[in-house]
Design a protein around this ligand. Structure first.
Ligand SMILES: Nc1ncnc2c1ncn2[C@@H]1O[C@H](COP(=O)(O)OP(=O)(O)OP(=O)(O)O)[C@@H](O)[C@H]1O
Ligand SMILES: [Mg+2]
Length: 357
């Protein structure tokens, strides 16, 4: 059993070693590039909704976007009948949105926000753990690798963490993000949803620190593709106080994910341009709002267009049917509704190349 002292936070160890500094340079370079390229997309809601959909999918480890989107839609249409997976994806997307709104409005990342996010993810307001017995296990062997602190210690530890999130610190903000994530997972404040909440906290912290304007750097795909390194990195700190591999793991994740996301946004921008020119040339009903709609919702439907363009149901149907007759969108029937798929965008978003590890 580990002798790690969770009370020593932030750790007194010198964290910014040469290896960490080198990893920091590269992470910051790619992150700055990402922040810049995101600003070239005029409608910010567009990136947030498409990329957060992708994140909700990765975080919930669901195979593909079609399922994810269908899940979200099924949930929107009939929340009371939604299956557990649909709920999980919908809750994740909602938790992220609520967290972002609170951080953007207040400039703070408080315990209340963290509690609110977790409550949305879990669909209940149980709050912090109250009964003992939580254990983290090795998924393969079932062996207990770590026992988080007992419930009565959680509120105080979370307050210390909240203070650290807002303190002036000489540490680099990306190092702080990695420390915060580690401490959060180590306190393990909730019965469930600690992983998902912790991943959302990463994003919210980057926004709070101004490293990004919007929540578009999502580490879930990296974490789920490198899960044993992630668990090992977390655990090595608890077992041996060995911070360097953990920090390098997280910084590398920021770098590769930022690089991939930058490329993806560039491709989305080219596609946006292509669609815009094509629709503007051939359709009198062209408008920027229409383009935004079919890019915000890779699967759009009449009700969404009706709402976004403030047109009648008949008009929205006519527009979407015209675009699908022309092969610009693909009409797909699901249950009693038609969806109109922006296939080129779906391809970009969900047939991503493997991340380099
Ligand atoms: N064997 C382990 N070694 C290190 N960390 C672990 C281990 N098992 C769990 N964890 C930590 O606990 C998190 C899972 O906790 P919990 O089940 O409360 O969250 P979740 O959101 O439901 O799960 P997930 O992160 O898998 O989506 C992991 O993401 C990781 O941070
Ligand atoms: Mg769980």
């Amino acid at each position: 059993m580990s002798t790690y002292s969770i009370m020593l936070f932030p750790p007194a160890d010198s964290l910014e070693t040469d290896v960490v500094l080198r990893a920091l340079v590269s992470a910051h370079r790619y992150l700055a590039e990402l922040k810049g390229v995101a600003r070239t997309i005029p409608n910010e809601g567009l990136l947030i909704s498409t990329l957060s959909l992708q994140e909700a999918q990765s975080s919930s480890e669901i195979e593909n976007i079609i399922t994810t989107q269908d899940a979200l839609y099924k949930y929107q249409i009939q929340p009371q009948n939604a299956d557990p997976m649909s709920k999980e994806v919908a809750y994740y997307a909602e938790g992220l949105a609520i967290g972002f709104k609170q951080v953007r409005d207040s400039g703070l990342l408080t315990l209340n926000t963290i509690l609110a996010v977790q409550a949305v993810l879990e669909g209940n307001d149980a709050g912090f753990r109250k009964t003992p017995g939580t254990e983290l296990k090795n998924e393969q062997t079932g062996e207990v690798v770590y026992e988080p602190p007992s419930p009565e210690e959680v509120p105080e530890m979370m307050s210390v963490l909240e203070r650290f999130i807002h303190d002036d610190s000489k540490l680099d903000p990306l190092v702080r993000m990695a420390l915060i994530h580690h401490q959060f997972e180590t306190i393990h404040p909730f019965y469930d949803g600690n992983g998902r909440t912790g991943r959302i906290v990463n994003i919210l912290f980057l926004v709070k620190e101004g490293l990004l304007d919007m929540p578009i750097l999502y580490l879930s795909r990296y974490i789920s593709q490198t899960k044993s390194a992630y668990y090992q990195g977390l655990q090595q700190v608890r077992d041996n106080h060995d911070w360097e591999p953990w920090l390098v793991y997280m910084l590398h994740g920021v770098a590769v994910t930022a690089r991939h996301t930058t490329r993806l946004i560039e491709e989305i921008r080219v596609l946006l341009q292509e669609y815009k020119q094509r629709i503007r040339k051939d359709y009198r009903f062209y408008s920027q709002d229409l383009i935004n709609n079919i890019f915000r919702h890779p699967y759009t439907k009449v009700a969404f267009l009706e709402h976004d363009l403030t047109v009648s149901r008949a008009t929205a149907t006519r527009y979407l049917d015209a675009l699908s007759a022309d092969g610009i969108l693909h009409k797909h029937r699901l249950g009693r509704e038609n969806y109109y798929i922006n296939r080129a965008l779906v391809e970009l978003l969900f047939n991503l190349p493997e991340l380099d590890k």
